[in-house]
Design a protein. Structure first.
Length: 233
């Protein structure tokens, strides 16, 4: 039976191979284990195998999981990678370390206002709709610079970079073409003086294309934890 430890090892091997092929240092690509819909036991297994950063899409589910894993809180890093509605900003501000899906100034302002002052600033990525998918969240690329500068001015947030979730691509070359758009925008924002260090893109099916295109953080769920069964919501 394949274990989470085995699957994590295979994902690290894929990242290492993709980094080598791209001529990149292995340490330049981080791994976010997407643990949404999986219970605390799965997170504990991944933790035992050396994983420390976890991504969650469903905020209320995540808050319960974070509480259940409170004994590991100092060792774990929790990323919100799902949509953040106005009525959920306080939960995100109080419980997460990162939020990767900011695409509106109103949400960023609420997160800053509601971040407890005894906690470190909330680490933020701006979500960009890099391929113009009609059902995708994210700010249009042309509006990213203005939003990024506004977020940088908020006291309880620290702007770290960009995140994107493009539509599934049929092949490696097509995936790379879309990811390169995000990398180009990332570089443009840094030329504008923003000092970004995180480009979050790539998932289980397309992490090789993302690494080849410049991703610094891949978000992998099913290749680590297995296929999900989604509860009714």
């Amino acid at each position: 039976m394949t274990t989470i430890q085995d699957q994590l090892h295979r994902v690290h091997e894929r990242i290492a191979a993709a980094s080598q092929t791209a001529g990149r240092r292995l340490e330049s690509v981080g791994l976010l284990a997407v643990s949404k819909t999986f219970g605390e036991d799965a997170v504990r297994q991944a933790y035992a195998a050396g994983q420390r950063a976890f991504g969650e899409n469903y905020i209320q589910e995540a808050v319960k999981k974070i509480a259940a894993l409170s004994d590991l809180r100092a060792q774990l890093q929790w990323h919100c990678i799902g949509p953040v509605q106005s009525n959920k900003t306080r939960l995100v501000a109080e419980h997460f370390d990162w939020v990767q899906t900011v695409d509106r100034l109103k949400i960023a302002q609420r997160l800053s206002e509601q971040r407890p002052t005894h906690l470190a600033p909330l680490q933020v990525c701006i979500q960009v709709n890099v391929d113009g998918g009609p059902t995708k969240s994210g700010v249009p690329p042309g509006q990213a610079l203005a939003l990024a500068r506004a977020v940088q001015g908020l006291p309880q947030l620290r702007l770290r970079g960009l995140m994107c979730i493009p539509e599934p691509a049929p092949d490696f070359e097509t995936a790379c073409a879309v990811f390169v758009r995000a990398k180009t925008l990332f570089d443009d924002l840094n030329r504008a003086g923003l000092g970004l260090d995180t480009l979050s893109m790539g998932m289980s099916a397309d992490l090789e294309a993302a690494v080849a295109s410049g991703s610094t953080l891949v978000r992998v769920g099913s290749a680590i934890f297995g296929q999900r069964s989604y509860p009714a919501r």
